[in-house]
Design a protein. Sequence first.
Length: 185
Amino acid sequence: MHVRSVTASEIRHTLEAWTSLVNGRASDAGVDVRAVLMDAGFPRASAASAASIERLERRLDGLAELARDLPSIDGAAAMVAVNEQLTELDVRPSVVEHDGVGAHMHWTPATATFDDQVVTDIMMALAQEVVANGTARFGRCAATDCGDVFYDGTRNRSRRFCDDPRCASRTHTADHRARRRADAG
Ligand SMILES: [Zn+2]
Ligand SMILES: [Zn+2]
């Protein structure tokens, strides 16, 4: 199977950024929202005002429950939830070409606030994801005491752990110890 389109990878990047923001906001260490969005390719992130980032943080916290529910609800429930959000947003699509990136969609006008743009982009990515795959690609980290949510962009949906490499390694160590105990017994 080939990568379906640029759109598919944009959806993936946006949903991965969303889950890391949700997990990061809930963690003790916190998260640099601006940095995550810069990494995820939001061109306006670097210049966004502090007030805009603060508004965005509050709105992300408002959407955190939906993100955390996604691994356990079905496509139909996700559809209802995403439509509820979309009716609140000023979605105005256009095809644009800028900064050497080929023609692509923008979901908000250039006059939209940064937080409106980001929230709309996330909800439009989620809407398209729900249409394509329901909620099958959303999962919860398999490490004990973690439970962070993730978007599984792997071909065969084999992802088990969140972005934190310690989750995978401590689980593998525990599995290994359990196997050795079983062998010894
Ligand atoms: Zn663009
Ligand atoms: Zn984890």
